[in-house]
Design a protein around this ligand. Structure first.
Ligand code: ZN
Length: 82
């Protein structure tokens, strides 16, 4: 199954659409969320961010945190035009 929101977000870092039930969309939503921003700024997994990881992506937050970090890096480089 292809997700149209994920397809659009591959080339548009500011794409605002998210598909319910799509894991990649959940990862992307978290990578753009204030919870992730605050955790990144604090340099640690804040309770709010960890709770959001588990709520959206399942209990294994260490795996999903890696996915969110990778997606964040992808979005940043896309915004820079690279
Ligand atoms: Zn998706």
């Amino acid at each position: 199954m292809t997700c149209q929101n994920c397809a659009a977000a591959r080339t548009d870092a500011h794409w605002p659409g998210y598909q319910a039930g799509c894991r990649a969309c959940g990862v992307r939503a978290l990578a753009s969320s204030p919870a992730f921003f605050n955790a990144a700024r604090a340099g640690e997994l804040t309770p709010a961010y960890r709770a959001a990881l588990q709520a959206l992506l399942g209990e294994d937050w260490q795996v999903s945190h890696r996915e969110v970090k990778a997606e964040y890096a992808r979005l940043q480089s896309l915004k820079k035009g690279g």
